[in-house]
Design a protein around this ligand. Structure first.
Ligand SMILES: [Zn+2]
Ligand SMILES: [Zn+2]
Length: 150
């Protein structure tokens, strides 16, 4: 059984639809980049196949390459030029996957946060429940995906 969930930016100029088997699980990232980019304590996101994401409107594309040599990766961020909501990104390190800013989902209040990464940078006052997996820095990809897909 599958359903279509929808979301978009604050002003509605950029919208997306994605067909999912069930509501995707969300994760929080407490790294400095995510704090800067979200203006918040952590970013909240979920991962879907890029091919499944149907985007309407004309999101701005911002590219940023980090790391060097074999470690180099380029992040392609898409957001609304009108209201400045960042909506989703892809990364050359994870081809075929789109990382969607979870708060842009129309049904964001139904999401569950199932993992925390870069927890060593979490702000005092943000507590991670003992039964929710967390990693001090990035998570090993296989472990992380297993938790997200649970
Ligand atoms: Zn907008
Ligand atoms: Zn991060």
């Amino acid at each position: 059984m599958s359903e279509t969930v929808e979301g978009g930016c604050r002003c509605g100029a950029v919208r997306y639809k994605v067909k999912v088997d069930r509501l995707p699980n969300a994760y929080a990232c407490h790294c400095l980049d995510c704090q800067t980019w979200s203006g918040s304590a952590f970013s909240l996101q979920f991962i879907v196949p890029e091919a499944a994401l149907e985007v309407t409107g004309k999101p701005h594309l911002y590219e940023r390459t980090t790391g060097e040599g074999a470690d180099a990766r380029t992040s392609h961020q898409r957001g609304c030029t009108n209201c400045m909501t960042r909506v989703y990104n892809t990364n050359t390190r994870r081809p075929g996957l789109a990382v969607v800013r979870a708060g842009t989902l129309d049904r964001s209040d139904e999401l569950t946060i199932v993992a925390h990464i870069w927890a060593k940078r979490k702000l005092k006052g943000t507590d991670i429940p003992a039964d929710v997996p967390s990693w001090p820095e990035g998570a090993p990809p296989a472990d992380f995906m297993a938790v997200l897909m649970k």
